[in-house]
Write a protein of this length. Structure first.
Length: 263
């Protein structure tokens, strides 16, 4: 069945409770296909909790999550990845002792077709698939500017390049929706500028819908078309960057708005 015209991602009245604490309350979100959409808010607003729900790390206490119209609420992370959602993490989670190339190959295994017996016996389909995966992984590293570092251990890469590697590994799963959790965290201004160009480039190159959490307002205001603002688990605003910059509730949430109003 065609999903043409459907939003890429929809959260309907999503609530997440941890005992007596409500981390996210009746959260609603509609991300159009192909959008570069921001999710922002002060520390503790519930942004990463939303990502954990969408990616299957957490199961919502109430509400639903839909991917191109299909309800994926409560699916396991591997099942959601296979459906077409990939993510990066606020704290980088690479296989630090594996090579850069092997980290990307791990992501490609989500889509592999050869079975265990074919792998153990090194049958032709397995060998052909391994060759295709190596070629694809090399191209992905080229796409994020890491081809020359393919044989390095992931732990040997500078911080900004580790962020790029995590994005490449996420792309390797073949996503339709990519969740980026604070990709600019810890980067210097030059690295941040390069990251902004990379994100806009991969959106076009891979025909992606991107949902982005970021505290660096230069990033979200510079590349996102629309954004939703969370505060204490509740949505307080949604709109274009220009609308968000002058929204009084957003300014109050950021304690004066100096950060939000940054160009």
């Amino acid at each position: 069945m065609s999903d043409k015209g459907l939003p890429a991602l929809v959260c309907e009245n999503v609530t997440m409770r941890f005992g007596g604490l409500t981390a996210v309350s009746e959260f609603n979100l509609v991300v159009p296909e192909g959008a570069l959409f921001g999710l922002i808010g002060p520390n503790g607003a519930g942004k990463t909790t939303v990502f954990n729900i969408v990616s299957g790390v957490l199961h919502p206490s109430a509400g639903s999550v839909k991917l191109f119209g299909d309800d994926i609420s409560g699916f396991s992370p591997d099942r959601i990845a296979h459906r077409g959602i990939a993510r990066t993490f606020q704290n980088i989670r690479l296989f630090r002792n594996l090579t850069v190339l092997d980290n990307v190959l791990v992501g490609l295994h989500v889509r592999r077709e050869a079975n265990l017996a074919e792998a153990l016996l090194a049958l032709p389909r397995h060998r052909a698939e391994e060759a295709r995966m190596a070629s694809t992984a090399t191209q992905l590293l080229r796409d994020v500017g890491l081809e020359d570092f393919s044989s390095y251990r992931a732990s040997a890469l500078p911080y900004g390049q580790q962020r790029r590697l995590e994005i490449a590994r996420a792309l390797a799963t073949g996503p339709r929706v990519l969740l980026l959790d604070e990709p600019a965290a810890g980067m210097n201004p030059a690295e941040t500028e390069d990251l902004m160009r990379l994100i806009t480039d991969i959106r076009e190159r891979f025909d992606l819908t991107i949902l982005l959490i970021e505290h660096e307002m230069k990033v979200v205001m510079g590349i996102c078309e629309r954004m939703t603002v969370l505060d204490h688990g509740e949505t307080i605003a949604e709109g274009t960057p220009a609308e968000i910059q002058c929204n009084e509730r957003v300014i109050k949430a950021y304690l004066g708005g100096g950060v939000v109003a940054e160009n």
